[in-house]
Design a protein around this ligand. Structure first.
Ligand code: SF4
Ligand code: SF4
Length: 131
């Protein structure tokens, strides 16, 4: 298949998302799908981030809020269990940290340059309710 530049594609052209039949694509995990080069999944946006979400398994209740609200499907969840963050596709918008309901949050935004282990070691304590 010949790949065209973005300015060579004719109006109304259809860009295939997958290199194969995609009837059963929902049943395949993202990493097992045969994405076409024209699918944005094949591009990384990791360089865009200034802040990144760090995930703390210890406080997570697997509510799946982050998975539902992430605009880039960059939250990895398996069998309704939060697994982690796909840093290749996370843009660092902070929505996941905003919607995380635990106390302290199980997703917190840190500077992109922060080491994840250091971030986890400095995780905030549970906040007391104000009376
Ligand atoms: S920071 Fe934004 S893009 Fe990254 S995982 Fe959270 S919601 Fe998704
Ligand atoms: S929103 Fe927070 S508590 Fe819920 S699954 Fe995501 S990280 Fe875990």
């Amino acid at each position: 298949m010949e790949y065209l530049g973005w300015d060579q594609v004719e109006m109304g052209a259809i860009l295939p998302s997958f290199e194969e039949e995609s009837c059963d694509i929902v049943s395949k995990k993202q990493e097992d799908r045969n994405y076409a080069k024209t699918n944005s999944y094949t591009a990384s946006v990791a360089d865009w981030r200034v802040f990144k979400p760090v995930y703390n398994r210890d406080t997570c209740i697997d509510c799946q809020n982050c998975w539902v609200f992430c605009p880039d499907t960059a939250i990895i969840s398996r069998d309704k269990k939060m697994v982690g963050i796909d840093y290749e596709h996370c843009k660092g918008c902070g929505v996941c940290a905003e919607v995380c309901p635990t106390n302290p949050k199980s997703l917190i935004m840190f500077a992109e340059t922060e080491d994840n282990e250091v971030a986890l070691a400095n995780w905030p304590e549970k906040k007391k309710k104000e009376k």
